[in-house]
Write a protein that binds this ligand. Structure first.
Ligand SMILES: *C/C=C(C)/C=C/C=C(C)/C=C/C1=C(C)CCCC1(C)C
Length: 248
């Protein structure tokens, strides 16, 4: 039964990567529908945040649709599609940080700094992956450069402007929500460099013999955790503050 189903979907039985492309697509799609519909249940000031959550998962769903086909047809990593997806969705996650801290005084400059850091992280990461010569040198240099952008975002969320503005907001729901998002950036986003290190010349590929198809396995798992997880945290902040203001 399951075997027939996998045949119909063109998912080889021994290929967890193909399977996660398929489930990733469905999960992103379902999450986008959920966030769009739930917008009507929250206060006006939260509607943009929920719209952004819906856009993040919706954009990812479209890319997963194509990445799944690309992988099924070629058996290789859809690197370009992957980075196009991230170039759209990671800045939108920065927008979530900005929207949550805006009532406490966040300036557009905060958003631009986060967007620039993510652009740096992704351009260097793409260069590391797409133009690899298979050497440890190439993957290490570009991986380290990319990590600088990652650490900047991580630092801003945990100790920098985002954290300080959250504290200033005097809204315990926002403080807690920002803290949870910061945990996502620390733990959830750290899955990506693990995937990156599975590519030819990557430390886990060379050191432990992890296969390059694992790159996509890690990216698919990380995307589901982070994009849907981020959206749910924002949703939770929106719903609990909307409810508390109704009863207050
Ligand atoms: C929805 C997509 C998200 C949240 C993507 C996040 C991607 C990263 C945090 C990627 C980070 C990388 C490094 C820190 C070093 C190696 C290269 C990357 C681009 C995989």
């Amino acid at each position: 039964m399951i075997g027939t189903l996998l045949d119909v979907l063109a998912i080889p039985k021994d290929d967890p990567v193909a399977f996660t492309f398929f489930t990733g697509y469905m999960a992103m799609f379902a999450a986008a529908v959920f966030f769009f519909f739930e917008r009507s249940r929250v206060d006006g000031k939260w509607k943009t945040s929920l719209l952004v959550s819906g856009l993040i998962t919706g954009i990812a769903a479209v890319h997963y649709y194509y990445m799944r086909d690309y992988y099924a047809a070629t058996g290789t990593n859809p690197t370009a599609l992957r980075y196009i997806d991230w170039t759209l969705t990671v800045p939108l996650m920065c927008v979530e940080f900005y929207l949550l801290t805006k009532p406490a005084g966040a300036k557009p400059s905060l958003l631009w700094k986060l967007v620039l850091a993510s652009a740096w992280m992704l351009v260097t990461g793409y260069y590391g992956e797409a133009f690899t010569d298979g050497s440890v040198m190439h993957s290490t240099v570009w991986g380290v450069l990319s990590t600088v952008g990652y650490i900047y975002i991580l630092w801003t969320a945990w100790f920098g402007e985002v954290k300080q503005l959250a504290d200033k907001s005097n809204n315990p729901t926002v403080v807690k929500g920002i803290r949870t998002l910061a945990w996502f950036v620390l733990v959830g986003w750290a899955i990506y460099p693990i995937g990156y290190m599975c590519m030819p010349g990557g430390w886990l590929n060379v050191g432990l013999g992890w296969e390059s198809s694992n790159v996509d396995l890690f990216y698919n798992i990380a995307d589901a955790v982070n994009k849907i997880g981020f959206g749910l945290v924002v949703y939770n902040i929106a719903i609990s503050s909307s409810n508390s203001e109704v009863t207050a």
